[in-house]
Design a protein around this ligand. Structure first.
Ligand code: SF4
Ligand code: SF4
Length: 183
């Protein structure tokens, strides 16, 4: 990629944690939307949004799955906001070796929020549509970005596959695919 600029719609979901009551409708619809075939099952463990729920502490915190990371953090933080204490990692969006969240339960492959990219496009992400408490608000804006973003995503995906199945196996598979395409 040559760093060429192009216009892109930046999609944002604003989270108002004070409005979340921990109903988990967002987790249910996200996992159903990403099931194969679509809506054939739902399992919040496959959701790309995870709601930290601690009713005794009045903590309800929706967190969206972000990038995959190979190593857990060496140092961690604890937050207290408006008198509510949050655990280490509560705000973290990473699919990380230290915990099960944001991993496909069968394969262990990382899950990442894709803003419900689909064809035809959704009017709004499904979790936003299903949050009746308006804890999730969708916004979009246009920005100029560098092309390399796609390259980064490809590298992260390949790195996670190489860690799971071994670099040699992945390279063998790519070689076989290349040969079969030529033939
Ligand atoms: S659907 Fe809304 S209120 Fe329910 S858990 Fe998700 S973010 Fe919270
Ligand atoms: S935007 Fe779509 S993919 Fe992302 S958490 Fe919400 S339902 Fe899941």
């Amino acid at each position: 990629m040559n760093g060429e600029k192009k216009k892109k719609i930046i999609k944002t979901i604003k989270i108002d944690a004070d409005k979340c009551n921990g109903c988990r409708a967002c987790e249910v619809i996200c996992s159903a939307f990403h099931a194969t075939p679509k809506y054939s099952s739902n399992n919040p463990a496959r959701s790309r949004i995870h709601v930290i729920r601690e009713p005794l502490k009045d903590v309800y915190l929706p967190v969206f799955a972000g990038d995959y990371t190979v190593a857990e953090c060496a140092g961690r933080n604890k937050y207290t906001i408006d008198g509510k204490e949050y655990n280490e990692c509560d705000f973290c969006r990473a699919s990380c070796p230290s915990r099960d969240v944001f991993k496909e339960p069968d394969s262990g492959l990382p899950l990442k929020c894709d803003m419900c990219e689909s064809e035809p496009p959704q009017e709004k992400p499904l979790c936003v549509q299903w949050c009746l408490n308006e804890a999730l608000l969708y916004e979009e804006r246009e920005e100029e970005i560098e092309e390399e973003v796609k390259q980064e995503e490809l590298e992260i995906g390949l790195e996670s596959l190489a860690n799971k199945y071994g670099l040699h196996n992945i390279m063998d598979m790519v070689t076989r695919m290349a040969v079969s395409k030529k033939g």
